[in-house]
Design a protein around this ligand. Structure first.
Ligand code: GLA
Length: 400
């Protein structure tokens, strides 16, 4: 679909197309640094070129109508009754964002949120761990705030989107996804410290290689509850570490040397493994930033492999599907790095593959993966794109 077709769809659904604006927010991939964000550690994600488009227009009767070209639900709600409803499904994300926008505006200014018609269209595979929810959140935050006449800095929208997910939707995620989706830049990864939000862009120069995302296509069940269990285990680990180092605020601040001095107090082996993953993963991200800046792709790939092994053996968030993809991918000649990306428990891997080996990679990995799991994987060659933005009239780039 291109912009004209999207407008046509909007007209079909809402019966008019005058005055509409189009916004876009991408999905994201994380190269290394999993389960470090809610521990105040480092991550290294990038925005993708696929994402969510929203076609929007202002209303003045306080009604927000949310529709999607992907799912047959049409949700309508009044600005004064923004409450979570299970049956509203995906529309709880935009409702949560709107509710946060209104709180941010305060009693005086919130009157500017007067209603809107919104049509969403997305091409991020659902449940693949590529942040389709953060993408909906950011595209909504940007579109609705602009329609209401506000110019909210992107970093504020990022934080607001995380609050919406934590408080309204009830998923206890960290800041990585919203940050990557909001702040992404074409061709660049973001090295982010998740507690201070200090960050820098690092160019991803992988001439001769491709970034291949492989979807396990496994239905993710219980992912949220296991995610919360891991968070809780990390919190317990931190408390134990604080008995020796009271100044430590988060696991992301524990160096390897400190870990060596303190590991004996973590007598619970499960908690000790979780904490070890976070601390070592954090060290790996710090090294990965350096080697990516120095363009040492082989070392970068080796770090991805160690990251997956740690997520498998210490953090235990992979499972047979992700592990099968990982094992098969690592055996392919020309694949110099591969690891799961996102929360785990299903979802996707990301691999660094020599351009001329990509076809063989897909063939071999698909065959062996299906043999092992009975599932058929999907491959995407990933391009690193920009973060959330308005699509201007002259751009023709929303073809997908
Ligand atoms: C999900 C969460 C993120 C992060 C990752 C794991 O994607 O939304 O905040 O915790 O899992 O690294």
């Amino acid at each position: 679909m291109d912009a004209a077709e999207l407008k046509g769809k909007f007209a079909e659904v809402f019966g008019y197309e005058e005055g509409i604006r189009i916004f876009f927010a991408p999905g994201r991939v994380n190269f290394i640094g999993e389960h470090t964000d809610y521990n105040g550690g480092y991550v290294l994600p990038a925005a993708l070129t696929f994402g969510t488009w929203s076609v929007v227009n202002q209303r003045e009767d306080g009604v927000y109508r949310f529709c999607s070209t992907n799912i047959e639900t049409k949700i309508e709600c009044n600005v004064s009754e923004l409450i979570y409803k299970k049956e509203d499904d995906w529309a709880n994300y935009p409702k949560g964002v709107l509710s946060e926008l209104i709180q941010l505006a305060g009693p005086e200014n919130s009157k500017q949120y007067q209603g809107a018609d919104i049509l969403y269209h997305g091409n991020i595979p659902n449940g693949a761990g590529l942040s389709s929810s953060a993408s909906i959140e950011l595209v909504t935050g940007l579109a609705l705030s602009k329609l209401a006449g506000f110019d909210i800095p992107m970093i504020e929208l990022v934080k607001l989107a995380q609050r919406a997910e934590n408080h309204f939707v009830g998923v206890n995620c960290g800041i990585m996804d919203q940050f990557a989706v909001g702040m992404g830049k074409e061709g660049q990864a973001m090295a982010l410290k998740c507690d201070t939000l200090e960050f820098r862009y690092i160019p991803v120069e992988i001439k001769g290689y491709k970034l291949v995302i492989t979807n396990t296509n496994k239905k993710r069940e219980l992912a949220d509850s296991k995610y919360n269990v891991r968070r809780n285990e990390c919190e317990q680990g931190l408390e134990m570490i604080k008995t020796v180092f009271p100044h430590i605020q988060s696991l992301g601040d524990v160096s390897y040397e400190e870990w060596e001095k303190v590991r004996h107090v973590l007598t619970d082996q499960v908690i000790s493994r979780r904490v070890e993953h976070v601390i070592m993963e954090n060290e790996r991200v710090i090294t990965a930033m350096r080697v990516l800046e120095g363009n040492d792709l082989h070392e970068f790939g080796a770090l991805m492999i160690r990251s997956h092994e740690s997520l498998r053996d210490l953090y235990e968030v992979t499972g047979v599907e992700l592990d099968s993809l990982f094992e098969e991918a690592s055996k392919v000649d020309g694949c110099i790095g591969t690891c799961m990306t996102g929360a785990g428990f299903g979802g996707c891997t990301v691999s660094l593959v020599k351009e001329e080996a990509v076809d063989t990679f897909k063939e071999i990995v698909a065959e062996k993966y299906t043999e092992k799991t009975g599932l058929v994987p999907t491959f995407y060659i990933c391009e690193i794109g920009d973060g959330a933005k308005e699509k201007l009239k002259e751009e023709k780039s929303c073809r997908f």
